[in-house]
Design a protein around this ligand. Structure first.
Ligand code: 1AE
Length: 398
């Protein structure tokens, strides 16, 4: 039982020997010989170089770490495989391969793509999520009015902005109970369930208690800034049966860990594979098209890690930032229909006629994209879409 870490190391003429030194140094070895250590006893702890592939700019190195070296949790595994190497310039950790025994220690999403679709009763199209914008400094009446407008347009999910924290005007528990009342009434009137992900924030030691209370008070989803707290905290929330809510894992701060070419983690490992393994039902990350962007290759690699077949449910991909209706065909082309959440803040609240037409424009763009109908064609029968395309353009046509 163990884990194989795949790295990209700066090229070196004798990479094999160097990698072997690292494999030993990161497991049983030290910077100097320690003669009294019993080598035989340490055999089962020894790291092993599995492969070295020479490249032009970087060499790919795979090292196997026996599970005897760590407890089966993300902090122990990451510290083992990358703790020291993370200080070396140009040393990237691109992937981790867990064997089945180790994988079984992790929960994966509680709900996942299928569980969420069953909750919402939507099976044949990407979901549409709105981000509350402009709530900071506003009160609950404003929050409620915004929520009503989104519901009137036909939204599927709504999340807090990740920068909305505990505050006097819209306190956490009041957001939960206010939203519950409105969403329950919406369900009674329309038969449509809608999820609202409230931002679970505060000190780490308060989070479980706060999330349990939120569930009791009627919250139906959580937003969580995973990388401000750590992946293990996401796992803790996921595993707590008294919480049991879908979790929208926001990738804020992951740019500092994965965003700089040539160093750190890969996005696919951090925001893809590990976020899924730890229990994110949704993984929200920058799309390749907007104002806060990552490369298309990175975004597709995240999506691959969220959806590839393994023992876990799939995690929804939520490529975000600067998304407007004119980008929907591109999103569907790149991420597919089944596992995609189209997510927008400004692209809904900045619609020239307001948030209700803002949502309607997206719904029309999603319907058209699923049926392969050009947006310009769909806009002939949807004024909200027509107005959105005038405002932000039609990426497919440019
Ligand atoms: C990648 C982060 C995107 C995000 O959190 C956010 O709030 C986006 O807002 P809009 O859609 O760009 O207005």
């Amino acid at each position: 039982m163990g884990v194989i870490a795949t790295y990209r190391f700066p090229t070196h003429p004798d990479q094999q020997r160097r990698a072997e030194q690292y494999a030993l140094g990161l497991t049983v070895g030290s910077w100097t010989d320690i003669p009294h250590l019993e080598r035989e006893q340490l055999q089962k702890h020894k790291g092993e170089v599995i492969a070295v592939e020479r490249g032009e700019e970087k060499d790919t190195v795979k090292i196997y770490y026996p599970a005897a070296n760590f407890s089966p949790d993300i902090p122990a595994i990451l510290t083992t495989v990358y703790g020291k190497l993370s200080f070396f310039e140009g040393y990237e950790l691109v992937d981790l391969t867990f064997d089945d025994a180790l994988l079984s220690h992790f929960p994966g999403p509680r709900w996942g793509e299928q569980g969420i679709r069953h909750q919402l009763g939507i099976f044949d199209r990407p979901l549409l999520m709105a981000i509350f914008k402009g709530v900071m400094g506003r009160d609950l009446a404003f929050f409620s009015a915004q929520l009503e407008e989104l519901l009137a347009g036909g939204i599927d999910l709504i999340k807090d902005d990740e920068i909305l924290f505990e505050n006097e005007l819209t306190p956490f528990y009041k957001r939960v109970t206010t939203a519950k009342e409105i969403l329950d009434r919406h369900y009674q009137e329309t038969g449509r369930r809608v999820l609202y992900a409230v931002n679970l924030s505060g000190r780490t030691n308060e989070l479980q208690e706060k999330a349990e209370r939120a569930a009791e008070w009627g919250a139906n989803a959580l937003l969580f800034n995973v990388h401000a707290y750590g992946l293990d905290m996401l796992q803790t929330l996921r595993e707590n049966p008294n919480i049991g809510l879908p979790i929208v894992a926001h990738s804020a701060l992951s740019g500092a860990l994965a965003g700089y070419a040539g160093s750190g983690y890969s996005y696919s490992l951090l925001v893809g594979k590990l976020t899924r393994l730890a229990g994110g039902d949704f993984s929200l990350f920058p799309s390749p098209y907007g104002n806060v962007a990552i490369s298309l290759a990175d975004a597709l690699a995240i999506n691959q890690a969220l959806t590839e077949e393994n023992i876990f449910a799939k995690t929804f991909a939520v490529p975000s930032a600067g998304i407007h209706p004119g980008l929907v065909p591109q999103l569907v082309q790149d991420f597919g229909v089944g596992n995609l959440v189209v997510n927008a803040g400004g692209g809904i609240f900045g619609h020239p006629d307001g948030p209700t037409p803002g949502v309607q424009a997206f719904r029309a763009a999603i319907e058209a994209s699923v049926q392969n109908i050009p947006l310009a064609e769909a806009a002939k029968t949807s004024l909200p879409l027509q107005r959105a395309l005038q405002q932000w353009g039609n990426a497919a046509a440019s």
